[in-house]
Design a protein around this ligand. Structure first.
Ligand code: FPP
Length: 253
């Protein structure tokens, strides 16, 4: 089935024990461009192909949820020119890809504080979300102006509002009820968090959600990330023993 990537590779990925939710910190666009003597923004444009390849891979391997960190709350501090190129890219990608996503039964959600975005961009986002709302094969979450701490603070405020309205008691708050109010309650627990670009940190990404995730760091710069590199990350995930606090003998089947 031809989806989004220009070339689809036949992969050895074991279809058993696939992660149900994969998130990616797409890092290294600027360095990729600079290595070629080009402007950093050239790297962001090249990064769009890696986004396509990742979505295609997740869709074809029936991974139910993919979350991509496109713009952090801290990215506003970058040079104005770079921020505006990123905003233009979001608009272009929304225009060019949404129909394809819809055709392939992919639901799109953009998660983050959208109040800081241009209203025309927010309108395009909402239209794309509404169009794809009932799609079931893959949920593609784009984290934009997102921060893990922001998510926790917003969740806390929502719970407080429910207490004020009388629909929730303080004693009802548990890890489960808290989780149900976070921005990622609509997708399975985060199984695998990938970061490209060589750094080994979380950078205020899915702080609540990564409690028991497997972490995978690769030196591959984001524009070079493709179906083969995604497959390697999945293979690494499949070789790990997830113990969730238990001892090895308790989790061996
Ligand atoms: C990090 O690389 C990348 C970003 C901040 C932006 C990611 C955006 C894209 C891949 C393009 C558009 C994506 C969508 C979903 C529409 P960096 O700039 O921090 O690289 P560096 O570490 O080499 O400086």
């Amino acid at each position: 089935m031809k989806l989004f990537a220009k070339e689809e590779t036949v992969l050895n990925t074991d279809t058993a024990n696939l992660p149900q939710h994969v998130a990616i910190i797409m890092d290294g666009n600027g360095r990729w461009a600079q290595q070629q003597g080009k402007l950093r923004t050239f790297g962001h444009k090249a990064g769009v192909d890696a986004v396509r390849a990742s979505v295609s891979f997740a869709r074809r391997h029936n991974i139910p949820a993919l979350t991509l960190f496109a713009f952090s709350s801290e990215n506003w501090k970058r040079p104005e020119e770079e921020v505006s190129v990123l905003m233009e890219l979001f608009k272009l990608v929304l225009n060019s890809e949404v129909k394809k996503l819809h055709k392939n039964n992919v639901r799109l959600k953009v998660i983050g504080d959208l109040s800081a975005f241009d209203p025309s961009l927010v309108e395009r986002i909402r239209k794309a979300e509404n169009l794809t709302a009932n799609n079931t094969a893959l949920c593609l979450n784009i984290a934009a102006n997102y921060g893990g701490r922001w998510d926790i603070v917003e969740t806390t405020k929502r719970l407080q509002t429910q207490i004020d309205e009388g629909s929730l008691q303080l004693s009802d708050i548990s890890e489960t009820t808290f989780h149900q109010q976070t921005a990622f309650a609509h997708v399975p627990e985060l199984d695998l968090l990938i970061r490209t670009g060589g750094e080994q940190r979380i950078s205020n990404f899915l702080l609540w959600q990564c409690a028991y995730s497997e972490l995978y760091f690769t030196d591959t710069l984001w524009p070079d990330f493709n179906e083969q590199t995604f497959s390697k990350a999945i293979e690494s995930f499949q070789q790990r023993q997830r113990r969730f606090g238990k001892i090895a003998e308790q989790v061996q089947c």
